[in-house]
Design a protein around this ligand. Structure first.
Ligand code: AR6
Length: 170
C-alpha cells in the first residue's frame, strides 16, 4: 500500500498528487513552482477562487484543485510548517498536513495518491524527522480508513529517497 520512488512528482500517474504549498496558495518555488509550471494556469485559477472564498489555507490544512495538464486528475495543496527549531508544534502541523490531504483525497474518490516530502526543502524541516512523521501518519491513516489503495512517496533528492527506503523496510 506504500511505495517509495525517486523522481519528479509532476510526472507521476496517480489520481492525485500533493503539492507542498504555502498559505497564500499563489504558488512559489520548489515542488510548488514545478507543479504550477507543468500543470498550467487552470490550477492557479482554482487556487485564486479558493483564496477568494476562504482566504488561503492554514498551516496543516489542504485544499484540492484540478490537475490541469498533469497526468494526475487532482492536485491537493497542503501547507506544511516552516521549521522553527521544533518548539512551535511543527511535528503536529506536519502530520496534520498529511492527514488532511488524505481526508480530502478519500472524499474525492482518490485511490492512488502521491506525496512529496512536505516542508523538507525551503521550509527546512529536518528530513529524518519529517520522514518518520510522514510514514507513521500515512500508515496509521491507511490502516484506519478505507478508500485510498496506494500512497506513493515521491522523493526528489537522494537523501530523502534513502531515508524513506530504509524506514519503510525496517
Ligand atoms: N517533485 C518532487 N519533489 C520535489 C520536486 C519535484 N518536482 N521539486 C522539489 N521537490 P519544497 P517546502 C522536493 O521547497 O519545504 C514553495 O515556495 C524537495 O526536494 O518544494 O514544503 C512553496 O510555495 C523537498 O524534499 O517545499 C512554499 O512557500 C520537497 O519537495 C515553500 O516552498 C519539499 O520542498 C514550501 O516549502
Amino acid at each position: 500500500m506504500i511505495e517509495v520512488i525517486q523522481g519528479d512528482i509532476t510526472k507521476i500517474n496517480a489520481d492525485a498528487i500533493v503539492n507542498a504549498a504555502n498559505t497564500s496558495l499563489l504558488g512559489g518555488g520548489g515542488v510548488d513552482g514545478a507543479i504550477h509550471k507543468a500543470g498550467g494556469p487552470d490550477i492557479l485559477e482554482e487556487c485564486i477562487d479558493i483564496r477568494n472564498r476562504q482566504g488561503g489555507c492554514k498551516v496543516g490544512e489542504s485544499v484540492i484543485t484540478t490537475g490541469g495538464n498533469l497526468p494526475a486528475k487532482f492536485v491537493i495543496h497542503a501547507v506544511g510548517p516552516v521549521w522553527n527549531g521544533g518548539k512551535k508544534n511543527e511535528d503536529v502541523l506536519l502530520a496534520n498536513a498529511y492527514i488532511n490531504s488524505m481526508k480530502l483525497a478519500s472524499e474525492n474518490g482518490v485511490k492512488v495518491l502521491a506525496f512529496p516530502n512536505i516542508s523538507t526543502g525551503i521550509y527546512h524541516f529536518p528530513k529524518d524527522r519529517a520522514a518518520v512523521i510522514a510514514i507513521h501518519t500515512v500508515r496509521e491513516f491507511l490502516s484506519d480508513f478505507g478508500g485510498i489503495e496506494k500512497v506513493i512517496f515521491v522523493c526528489y533528492d537522494a537523501e530523502n529517497f534513502e531515508l524513506y527506503t530504509s524506514l519503510i523496510n525496517e
